[in-house]
Design a protein around this ligand. Structure first.
Ligand code: RP5
Length: 273
């Protein structure tokens, strides 16, 4: 499994357009252990999240804005034990983000997602490809992941999200676990952040050709996305790191379902990264 992201970057330097500007957080002051007496991030919670406050809207998907109404404050996540601030809010395990409140995220603390990674080797040009969606919110290409529903098994989320976002039906419980942990997502704040479980399936070229991907409602487009060094670096959130970890797994000698010539193609790509 891949290492945890230690120093988040997108959660400090990027943001959805509706967020106010983030308070500057230099690398040396990201950690909560570092004194930053002038730290004064703006507080932001999206109107969409407030409309879905489950304490006032019975069908709402978001936690109560009033944190004292939370049945249980999260104390732990995939990232380990969580530190709480003076108001009882769990603090981002990767450190300061320059933004207080929950922004566009519904849960105080970790917001759990699942990322199904599907790869194949293109039968014509022998390049490495991944099934990817173009996100509606910012136009970036991404793994077709999504949020885990309450009480849902992660494998079920992976299979459901893949189907909803790409129309492709595959049993993700058969996938290989690539990563479980913090995501450097541009929506993250000091009090709400993304964590994910990424699983991977590699398809032979004939099976990949038979699929007929169709973009779901959350996606502008879907395609077999060529994994070139340039493209991988532009993927959404931490997806670049997830894809690199997948390629390392694919290049492992003796990996089931990967031919020796496919393994060599992946190894050459890894060397070019
Ligand atoms: C990322 O956001 C995760 O890695 C996952 O791909 C995605 C889930 O959020 P939505 O696509 O549902 O907005 O952090």
């Amino acid at each position: 499994m891949a290492e945890q992201t230690v120093l988040h970057v997108k959660a400090r330097l990027e943001k959805p357009t509706e967020y106010p500007e983030r308070f500057p957080v230099p690398d040396s002051l990201v950690s909560w252990e570092s004194e930053y007496p002038d730290y004064s991030p703006p507080y932001y919670v999206s109107p969409v999240v407030l409309r879905n406050d489950s304490s006032s809207n019975p069908g709402g998907w978001a936690d109560p804005e009033d944190i004292s109404l939370l049945k249980e404050t999260p104390r732990q996540s995939f990232a380990g034990m969580l530190r709480l601030d003076g108001k009882g809010r769990a603090l981002n395990p990767a450190g300061r983000t320059g933004m207080a409140g929950r922004g566009l995220l519904g849960k105080w603390g970790p917001n759990y997602a699942a990322d199904p990674i599907i790869t194949c080797i293109n039968s014509t040009d022998r390049s490495v490809e991944m099934l990817a969606v173009q996100r509606r919110d910012n136009g970036q290409w991404a793994i077709p992941g999504g949020m885990v529903d309450k009480g849902e098994e992660i494998s079920a989320t992976l299979t459901r999200e893949l189907r909803e976002e790409t129309g492709v039906v595959l049993d993700m419980s058969l996938g290989c676990l690539i990563y479980q942990g913090y995501v450097d997502d541009p929506r993250n704040t000091d009090h709400a952040w993304m964590e994910t479980t990424a699983k991977h399936l590699h398809l032979d070229p004939e099976t990949a050709l038979r699929l007929d991907p169709v973009a779901g409602s959350d996606a502008r487009a879907v395609r077999w996305f060529p994994l070139t060094p340039e493209n991988i670096g532009k993927l959404y959130a931490s997806h670049c790191a997830l894809v690199k970890a997948t390629l390392v797994e694919l290049s492992r000698v003796g990996r089931a379902g990967v031919t020796e010539s496919e393994r060599e193609i992946v190894e050459r790509l890894l060397q070019a990264l």
